[in-house]
Design a protein. Structure first.
Length: 83
């Protein structure tokens, strides 16, 4: 429930602009299940985003209209750290 409230708050603060591709290193991705949970968290806030997560290189690539800060907040809210 706590994550849903935080995601709702973040969703209200999204700044929309043209699509952008963002690539972030997230060293706390521990495997496929962790990656899937993170992807679902991102898609909850940005359902039209294209999200790719590489569990070997621990990178998250997002192509969407929301700001970089929005995705950083979502990743952090999901319990991950960004390098």
């Amino acid at each position: 429930m706590k994550n849903r409230i935080l995601i709702t708050k973040i969703r209200l603060n999204v700044i929309y602009r043209g699509n952008m591709a963002l690539k972030l290193t997230v060293p706390t991705i521990s495997g496929p299940e962790s990656a899937q949970n993170l992807k679902e968290t991102i898609l909850t806030s940005e359902p039209d985003a294209k999200v790719e997560i590489d569990t070997v290189t621990k990178t998250v690539t997002v192509d969407a209209k929301a700001s970089e800060e929005t995705f950083k907040q979502l990743i952090t809210a999901a319990g991950h750290k960004i390098a």
